[in-house]
Design a protein around this ligand. Structure first.
Ligand code: ADP
Length: 292
C-alpha cells in the first residue's frame, strides 16, 4: 500500500502544483485522472524520487518514499511522460543496457530477463530494429519493458496513452492489465476511458487538489437518476450552458447532444441516462469550477 499524506509542492514561479494531496493506493491498478496541468506529473515525479515535495509524506509498505530514495529506486518502475529512446539503438541492445544499469550483471540471467520482457511486451520479432523506426505504440511498449526490469513493486506510468491510436492504446492497456495484482501500478491519464477500462480504484485531481478518490463504480452510482440527455439545437447551447450543469456536449450528426447533471428533469425532452465515469469526471470538475 502506498500512502500519500498532505503532499504540497509550489514551483519557484509560484505555481502551486500539489495542494495537500492525500491518497491511499492499494495494490492493483490505480487511475490518476485529471486535465492537463492538474499536477499529475508533479505527483508522479515526486513519487519516482525525481523531485522534492515542500511538505507532506509518502510511505510504501513502511518505506519512506521521500527520504529513502535509493531503496525506492530499487523497487520502482517508471515510465515518464517524455520517455526518450536512442533512435539508432535496437530495442534489444537498449534494454540490455538498462538491465546492466539495474544491476543485472550476470550475462545469462540478464539475457533471460531481457528476452522475457521483449516477449511479454510483444516486441520479440522487432527486437533487432532501431528504436527510431518504432511507432508510438511500440515505443511505449518498449518503455513498459524497461520499467518492468528488476521486478518493481511500485510501477508509475505517466500519460502513457496520449498520442496512441485506438488499437495501440488497447494493446498498451492490455499489457498494463497483465502486470499483476501484487504490484501498485499508478496510471496517470487525462483520458477517462483508460480508467474505466482498467482501474478498480482511482482519483480525480485538478489544480493540485484531489476532487475524488475511491472506486469508479461507486462514484458512478452516486450520479444515478441525475444525468439527463437531450439533442438540442445549436443556438440553444449557450443558454443551456448558462442555466444548467452541462457535463458534456458532443455532436452527433452535426447536432449537440447534451448530458446535464440535475436532481430533476431540466426541461421537456430530457431523458434520464445511465451515468458513466465521464459524467462523474465532468460533474466533479464543474463543481470545482463553480466553487472557485
Ligand atoms: P499534469 O501532469 O497534470 O499535466 P503537471 O504536474 O505537469 O500537471 O503541472 C502542474 C502545474 O505545475 C502546471 O500549472 C504546470 O504548468 C506547473 N509546472 C509543472 N512543472 C513545472 C516546473 N518545473 N516549473 C514550474 N511550473 C511547473
Amino acid at each position: 500500500m502506498l500512502q500519500i499524506s498532505e503532499l504540497c509542492k509550489t514551483y519557484p514561479n509560484g505555481v502551486q502544483a500539489l495542494k495537500n494531496v492525500s491518497l491511499d493506493i492499494p495494490k492493483g491498478m490505480f487511475g490518476l485522472l485529471g486535465p492537463n496541468g492538474a499536477g499529475k506529473s508533479s505527483l508522479m515525479r515526486t513519487l519516482a524520487t525525481l523531485q522534492e515535495a515542500d511538505s507532506g509524506s509518502a510511505t510504501f509498505d513502511g518505506l519512506d518514499v521521500l527520504v529513502d530514495k535509493d531503496k525506492v529506486r530499487r523497487i520502482l518502475g517508471y515510465l515518464p511522460q517524455d520517455f526518450g529512446v536512442y533512435p539508432k539503438t535496437s530495442a534489444e541492445d537498449l534494454l540490455t543496457h538498462f538491465a546492466v544499469l539495474k544491476g543485472l550483471t550476470e550475462r545469462k540471467q540478464r539475457k533471460e530477463v531481457v528476452d522475457g520482457l521483449l516477449q511479454q511486451v510483444n516486441l520479440w520479432d522487432q527486437r533487432k530494429r532501431k528504436l527510431g523506426t518504432y511507432s508510438g505504440g511500440m515505443r511505449q511498449r518498449f518503455g513498459i519493458a524497461q520499467a518492468l526490469l528488476g521486478d518493481p513493486k511500485l510501477v508509475i506510468v505517466d500519460e502513457p496513452t496520449a498520442g496512441l491510436d485506438p488499437e495501440e492504446r488497447n494493446r498498451f492497456l492490455n499489457l498494463l492489465a497483465e502486470i499483476g495484482e501484487q504490484v501498485v501500478i499508478i496510471l496517470s491519464t487525462h483520458i477517462v476511458q483508460d480508467v474505466t477500462d482498467l482501474c478498480p480504484r482511482m482519483a480525480i485531481i485538478c489544480e493540485g487538489e484531489v476532487l475524488l478518490s475511491g472506486e469508479p463504480l461507486q462514484a458512478i452510482e452516486t450520479l444515478r437518476q441525475r444525468v439527463w440527455r437531450k439533442v438540442v439545437s445549436k443556438d440553444r447551447l449557450p443558454s443551456y450552458q448558462r442555466d444548467h450543469t452541462v457535463l458534456s456536449s458532443r455532436l452527433v450528426g452535426g447536432r449537440p447532444v447534451l448530458n446535464i447533471y440535475s436532481e430533476t428533469q431540466p426541461d421537456d425532452g430530457f431523458v434520464q441516462v445511465d451515468p458513466d465515469l465521464e459524467d462523474v469526471y465532468f460533474q466533479r470538475l464543474r463543481e470545482f469550477e463553480q466553487a472557485a
